[in-house]
Design a protein around this ligand. Structure first.
Ligand code: FAD
Ligand code: NAG
Length: 504
């Protein structure tokens, strides 16, 4: 330990000792610090508040509430650089965020018709593929996906039979040498990478077929395009227990913005949280809601170091990267009208500016296109100047539309979720072979340190509703421990298997 950090640690320990003797602030129950004011942290706070825990302090690193739900003014309109869709709509169960989005807040939203995409696949050197030709390939991929689902349904609940999507495709002799043509490749990309932000090689079959979000809440996805921003949803939940101004912004002393948490000291008696500006806050408990990517970095030092099982769990999961690049043009030159919104570039390089979206209804007159890249391409574009990215994207458009006078983009926006030390990626992806056991470990508390966030969601990791539900679940774990003396128990990796065997 460096001398300076030794002094800091000693100071924190002294604060910790002082904190034990300080009387609890007014209100029932303990003092709880929540690190992060994204969906899950705000949702956890709401649950605690409803349970009567009033002594809350939320520390947020950035200057805003919302985290990965983030509107950004681009070329005169607010676009979403983070979460955009309510995914899982129109099913048997109601996605818990859907009534808030579609009714309470009335956020403008649009059903996304992804089926139409087969008619809009562009060849590498321009012009469209025949719809029938693409549809046939799509149908075959649907069949293979269904076979994969059947295979997954037979698997041991422990995850020990799990395999990658890629291995499953090989088992059914689907594209044994990889996608044979650019169109095969882009359809595969559309199906997997465009949703999970990682290629089929890295994605678990067992957790993907089916994906709980769609199986439970429905197959539809609604694109939120509201000038108030999708983040309004987080502000709305915050407003149920924190003071807001007329514009709906949280203005409450229990929320502190621009507070970058760097250290968390914990022992059996309490916690001390230190921030980059050298503030220190003591409490009875802390809930850490930062992303998996942040947990995998050294931004927050835990003292003592987290136990090995926790570190192993944190590194078992993948933080994927999904990047929505926005381009503004002086005029429209792309096809518009029903079924034309999503179009695809079939490059021979996987994931190279493949998935395009236009916004005639969402942002009328804005002349904005969005192109999505993921994973390696995301990291690459984050590391190059935006002008280079703009030039590449416009060159792709010129190849797609060879007979058309494609003007230069007048503006570009490239979000940098991966480089941003407060996020380090876009959302978690479920790796091969893990089951609820590893998930339980990821969300399990360590002493008085609790964890929440999208990545700790029991069934819906990677989604806004997952973050929302995870916040409540983690708060419940804390509430149960404090008020009912019921400790969170990590279910064994083979528990489900044993239960099944006993039932036989
Ligand atoms: C590009 C992109 C597209 C997406 N698309 C969709 C979609 O269409 N539909 C969907 O359902 N989901 C989508 N998601 C996922 C969704 O946005 C997330 O699952 C959800 O918003 C995560 O909420 P959270 O509270 O878990 O984390 P976050 O929103 O990351 O909240 C954590 C908070 O902690 C703060 N923080 C970090 N470090 C510190 C620190 N040291 N000290 C204090 N505070 C700190 C962060 O600033 C942040 O505000 C997308 C995400 C991205 C990035
Ligand atoms: C969303 O709300 C609109 C208007 O209130 C309603 O007509 C529509 O059916 C709702 N959509 C869904 C999918 O529930």
């Amino acid at each position: 330990m460096k001398p300076s950090s030794f002094v800091t640690a000693m100071a924190a320990v002294l604060v910790l000792i002082a904190a034990q003797h300080a009387p609890l602030a007014a209100g029932r129950g303990p003092r709880v610090i929540i690190v992060g004011a994204g969906m899950s942290g705000i949702s956890a706070g709401k649950r605690l508040w409803d349970a009567g825990v009033r002594d809350l302090l939320i520390l947020e690193a950035t200057g805003r509430v919302g985290g990965r739900m983030h509107k950004h003014n681009f070329g005169g309109v607010n676009v979403e650089i983070g979460a955009n869709w309510v995914e899982g709509v129109n099913g048997e169960k109601t996605n818990p965020i859907w009534p808030m989005v579609n009714s309470t807040l009335n956020l403008r939203n649009f059903y996304s018709d992804f089926d139409g995409v087969v008619a809009n696949v562009y060849k590498e050197n321009g012009g469209l593929y025949e719809e029938e030709y693409v549809q046939k390939k799509m149908d075959r991929a649907d069949e293979v996906e269904e076979l994969g689902g059947k295979l997954a349904a037979e698997m041991d609940p422990s995850g020990s039979d799990d395999m990658s999507i890629l291995a499953m495709q090989r088992i059914f002799n689907h594209q044994p040498n990889g996608p044979a043509t650019p169109v095969d490749m882009v359809l595969d990309y559309f199906r997997y990478d465009y949703e999970f932000a990682e290629p089929p090689r890295a994605t678990s079959l067992q957790n993907t077929e089916p994906t709980a979000t769609f199986a439970d809440f429905g197959d539809d996805a609604h694109f939120v395009a509201d000038q108030r921003g999708f983040e309004t949803l987080v502000h709305h939940i915050a407003g149920q227990y924190l003071s807001t101004d007329n514009a709906g912004n949280v203005v409450d002393p229990r929320l502190k913005l621009n507070k970058v948490v760097r250290g968390i000291w914990y022992n059996r008696r309490g916690v001390v949280v230190s921030t980059e500006d050298n503030s220190r806050y003591s409490a009875d408990y802390v809930i850490v809601s930062t992303s998996l990517g942040v947990l995998q970095s050294d931004l927050i030092q835990f003292n003592p170091q987290l136990p090995d099982w926790k570190i192993i769990a944190i590194y078992r999961f993948d933080m994927a990267v999904y990047t929505k690049i926005f381009l503004k043009f002086p005029r429209k030159f792309w096809p518009t009208g029903p079924g034309k919104q999503f179009f695809v570039y079939a490059s021979s390089r996987r994931g190279y500016y493949g998935m395009w979206q236009s916004f005639e209804e969402e942002y009328p007159g804005a002349n904005v296109l969005m192109v999505t890249v993921t994973d390696r391409e995301s990291r690459r574009v984050e590391q190059q100047p935006d002008d280079a990215t703009k030039a590449e994207a416009v060159a792709v458009l010129r190849r797609m539309f060879p007979g058309v006078d494609v003007p230069d983009a007048t503006d570009v926006y490239v979000p940098r979720w991966w480089s941003d030390r407060f996020f380090r990626g876009s959302y978690s992806n479920w790796p091969i072979g893990v089951n609820r056991y590893e998930y339980d470990q990821l969300r399990a508390p360590v002493g008085r340190v609790y964890f929440t966030g999208e990545h700790t969601s029991e069934h819906y990791n990677g989604y806004v509703h997952g973050a929302y539900l995870a916040g409540m679940d983690s708060a419940d774990i804390l509430i149960n421990s404090v008020f009912n003396k019921v400790e969170f128990k990590v279910r064994g990796k083979y528990d489900d298997l044993q239960a099944a065997a006993e039932a036989m």
